[in-house]
Each structure stands twice: as structure tokens, then as C-alpha cells.
Design a protein around this ligand. Structure first.
Ligand SMILES: [Zn+2]
Length: 109
């Protein structure tokens, strides 16, 4: 039985791009972020083939350079979330503070 959740990129040139992932195939957050980037590359592949553009190196580099974070959310949180929940993957390489989300579970430290 598939266990699908939607993940949406927020930030970067790919803001708004989303993909649905079956969590049965995933073991942790790193797996999710890896598959999001793989599918984003595959999506560019499709566009490149359809338009016979083989010079999309900048776009592939931009995907390589994406550092995606699902702040304040653990893999366990995603597993038990409501079916309609969309998870936003932030493009950044640092921790934000969640001053306005004091009730967010933080599992760090
Ligand atoms: Zn961030």
C-alpha cells in the first residue's frame, strides 16, 4: 500500500516545484531529499530531450547546489502527519530559528 506525501521546494529558482513520494521506499530525510533532487534532474532531462536542448549545464549545476532542509520536521513527524500535509523543503545551508513556532518539536541536541 503506497504511503504518498507531497514535498514542495520553497526557495531557489525551483520554488514551487513539487513531487509526491512513497514513504515506503524511504528510510530517512536524506533519502527524501536525494529523491527530490533526482526527480528534479529527471524533470530537466525530459524538458531538455523534448526541446533538444543539450546545453542545460547551468540548470543541472543549480540542482546540484541545492541544499534542501525540512526544518523542524523529522522523518517520524512526516510518517504520522495528516495525509494532505505538504512538506516544504527550504533551500538554505543553515538553521533558521523558529521563534514564531514555539510548539514545533525540536529533536536536536
Ligand atoms: Zn532554511
Amino acid at each position: 500500500m503506497p504511503y504518498i506525501k507531497r514535498f514542495c521546494i520553497s526557495g531557489s529558482a525551483f520554488w514551487g516545484w513539487h513531487t509526491d513520494i512513497d514513504l515506503d521506499d524511504m528510510d530517512n530525510m536524506e533519502d527524501i531529499i536525494q529523491i527530490v533532487k533526482q526527480r528534479l534532474k529527471a524533470w530537466v532531462d525530459v524538458a531538455a530531450r523534448a526541446t533538444q536542448q543539450d546545453d542545460m549545464h547551468g540548470l543541472y549545476k543549480a540542482i546540484e547546489d541545492l541544499t534542501l532542509n525540512c526544518h523542524g520536521v523529522t522523518f517520524g513527524d512526516i510518517l504520522v502527519s495528516d495525509p494532505e500535509t505538504i512538506f516544504y523543503l527550504c533551500h538554505c545551508d543553515h538553521d533558521h530559528s523558529f521563534s514564531s513556532d514555539a510548539d514545533l518539536d525540536t529533536h536536536t541536541d
